[in-house]
Design a protein around this ligand. Structure first.
Ligand SMILES: *[C@@H]1O[C@H](CO)[C@@H](O)[C@H](O)[C@H]1NC(C)=O
Ligand SMILES: *[C@@H]1O[C@H](CO)[C@@H](O)[C@H](O)[C@H]1NC(C)=O
Ligand SMILES: *[C@@H]1O[C@H](CO)[C@@H](O)[C@H](O)[C@H]1NC(C)=O
Ligand SMILES: *[C@@H]1O[C@H](CO)[C@@H](O)[C@H](O)[C@H]1NC(C)=O
Ligand SMILES: *[C@@H]1O[C@H](CO)[C@@H](O)[C@H](O)[C@H]1NC(C)=O
Ligand SMILES: *[C@@H]1O[C@H](CO)[C@@H](O)[C@H](O)[C@H]1NC(C)=O
Ligand SMILES: [Cu+2]
Length: 531
């Protein structure tokens, strides 16, 4: 794996060095100047640049079999892209099967030199990548789950910058530590890179001031705890205003699936004040975390997010989409088969609008679309559920088995789109962190129960809603997002819980070219991996 950036040689060599450690948990943070052209060369694994819009350039987006085929052993592919109009905390990760479990890093875009931020930038900043660790090769965990049809084994630890912390055996010596001076303010860039788990994060005795999510600034607000779903980022300011001591920073599961096993361990790092008085006991002070199922706390946090100023939310909607998201169960002809170890001899599945997404195996959707190759996908993804039912009620067992398909939904260039994502209670209600490639969007409303198209839109925030690229669908509830389809290409929308993605919780938007100049997908690069 090699990497070249036109400038910033020192960061190049830093990244090159740590890249050699691929397949171990690692961290890299490399600052990128705004609107700069970047090239990243990778072998073997398709990489996703999570949250980078990749304007007219789906070829650099990354998801395997959506915008490119795999990079063959010994081959390379150079991701070339320009970052336009984005600044803040994003990240990158492998976008093939579960490889992102260990192959990920921070991607930080700084504002142009001298351009203002809506908060005073502290001198010190630290990326904190929350990860999930399996004592086994994560691919074997995935393979076993896809064979048995049961839920995958849960992870053995969570990590902060690759380290599990003091509450796991044999880990104490390597616990991540951040040194702060009494009185100073620091910026933490918190990234949930965990494979399958939403997380609560808090710091003992310290408030956090949220200033950005998903590389979009927010109206600052103070909180004792944040909830961050896989794929999401949250930037917080922390002031070292407590008595000099050691304080734990801790993350643990926010778990909404019912009767499902989950990793209930807690990862920690230490916020340590410099110049402790000599008699001070260095035993860190414990952080308070909510209960695993504390949906009110998660909701209170997400409900406070606002854009700093008035934003231009599309008011007239061309495409009014309603997507049910959730799990399902496939019946087996022989429930005693080793391949039917899901609940009562079934196999787990997942779907959007009752379509369980099947990834193409020999071509990418973008290449098939661009070259007019038939048979790879169909463009008949349903804009609303084929059947109306009480989505969050007691859903009749006969509705639990979705159909399979590789379906895309076509959007006209420039159309304004609203999607209401509606959780279902099929198998279990659950919070699904939904990520849309190629776009960020306004989160205009959310609620519990079934979305009511007559009464709920009246409560939408069309003034200062937050901008995100990944949004948690509330457990047993709904969330509404809006965006303008101004980026042509094939863009995956999927649950960022990878076990759900593997079961089919995904679909693809095909955004057509516009008429104007600079409104068409650029030609594929010559080294795009052959399918
Ligand atoms: C999953 O967990 C079960 C039960 O602990 C164990 O027998 C099995 O080996 C694990 N599988 C993998 C792939 O780790
Ligand atoms: C975590 O789960 C294990 C296994 O299910 C259980 O024995 C343990 O009590 C749980 N711990 C906490 C803190 O909930
Ligand atoms: C499995 O069967 C048991 C016993 O009949 C039943 O109580 C339970 O609801 C079933 N679970 C599912 C997911 O069908
Ligand atoms: C859900 O519906 C099924 C079938 O109609 C019924 O047997 C069951 O008792 C219902 N469960 C609840 C909690 O209402
Ligand atoms: C699957 O099995 C359940 C329980 O036996 C049954 O109620 C349901 O109708 C079946 N679904 C399909 C699609 O056959
Ligand atoms: C999904 O489609 C399958 C197959 O057509 C059908 O059996 C099932 O009832 C549908 N479920 C829903 C929720 O529409
Ligand atoms: Cu999900």
């Amino acid at each position: 794996m090699e990497e070249f950036v036109n400038t910033h040689k020192s960061f190049c060599s830093f990244f090159l060095l740590i890249s050699l450690l691929a397949f171990l948990p690692f961290l890299s943070a490399f600052p990128l100047p705004k609107t700069h052209f970047h090239q990243f060369i990778f072998s073997l694994i398709p990489f996703g640049w999570h949250g980078i819009r990749q304007l007219r350039n789906p070829w650099a987006d990354g998801p395997e079999f959506i915008t490119q085929c795999s990079i063959k052993p010994g081959g390379t592919y150079t991701y070339r892209f320009t970052i336009e109009g984005q600044e803040g905390t994003l990240w990158w990760h492998a976008h093939s099967r579960w490889l992102r479990a260990t192959v990920y890093g921070a991607l930080i875009i700084y504002p142009k030199l001298g351009s203002p931020r809506p908060f005073i930038m502290p001198k010190k900043e630290f990326p904190l990548l929350l990860g999930e660790w399996f004592d086994r090769d994560p691919i074997s965990v995935l393979r076993q789950a896809l064979f048995t049809g049961a839920g995958p084994n849960v992870s053995d630890a969570y990590t902060i910058n690759g380290q599990p912390g003091d509450f796991y055996i044999c880990s104490k010596k390597e616990t991540m530590r951040l040194a702060v001076d009494s009185g100073e303010t620091i910026l933490l860039r918190i990234i949930n890179s965990a494979l399958n788990q939403e997380l609560f994060f808090s710091i003992a005795n310290h408030q956090m001031t949220v200033v950005a999510v998903d590389a979009a600034y927010t109206k600052p607000f103070a909180t004792n705890v944040i909830m961050v779903g896989p794929g999401q980022t949250t930037d917080v300011l922390v002031t070292a205003n407590q008595p000099p001591a050691y304080y734990y920073m801790a993350a643990t599961a926010y778990n909404t699936a019912q009767n499902a096993p989950f990793d209930n361990t807690t990862t920690t790092a230490i916020l340590q004040y410099n110049n402790l008085p000599p008699q001070q006991n260095p035993q860190p002070i414990l952080a308070q975390l909510p209960n695993f199922n504390d949906t009110p706390t998660a909701t209170r946090f997400t409900d406070q997010l606002r854009s700093p100023n008035r934003v231009s939310v599309p008011l007239h909607i061309d495409e009014n989409l309603f997507f049910t998201v959730g799990l399902g169960l496939n019946n087996c002809t022989n429930p005693n088969s080793p391949r039917c170890q899901g609940p009562n001899g079934t196999r787990f599945t997942a779907s959007i609008n009752n379509v369980s997404f099947v990834f193409p195996k020999s071509n990418s959707i973008m290449q098939a679309y661009y070259q007019g190759v038939p048979g790879v996908f169909t463009a008949d993804f349903p804009p609303f559920p084929p059947l109306q039912f009480d989505y969050t009620g007691n859903v009749s067992r006969g509705l639990w088995q979705p159909r399979r398909g590789t379906k895309a939904y076509k959007l006209k260039y420039g159309s304004s789109v609203q999607i209401v994502l509606q959780d279902t209670s099929i198998v279990t209600p659950e919070n699904h962190p939904m990520h849309l490639h190629g776009y960020h969007f306004y989160v205009v409303g959310s609620g519990f129960g079934n979305f009511n198209p007559r009464t709920d839109p009246a409560r939408f925030n069309l003034i200062d809603p937050p901008v995100r690229n990944t949004i948690g669908t509330p457990t047993g509830g709904w969330v509404a997002i809006r965006f303008i389809a101004d980026n042509p290409g094939a863009w995956l929308m999927h649950c960022h819980i990878d076990s759900h993605l593997a079961w089919g919780l995904a679909m693809v938007f095909l955004v057509e070219n516009g008429e104007g100049e600079m409104q068409s997908v650029i030609p594929p690069p010559p080294d795009l991996p052959p399918c």
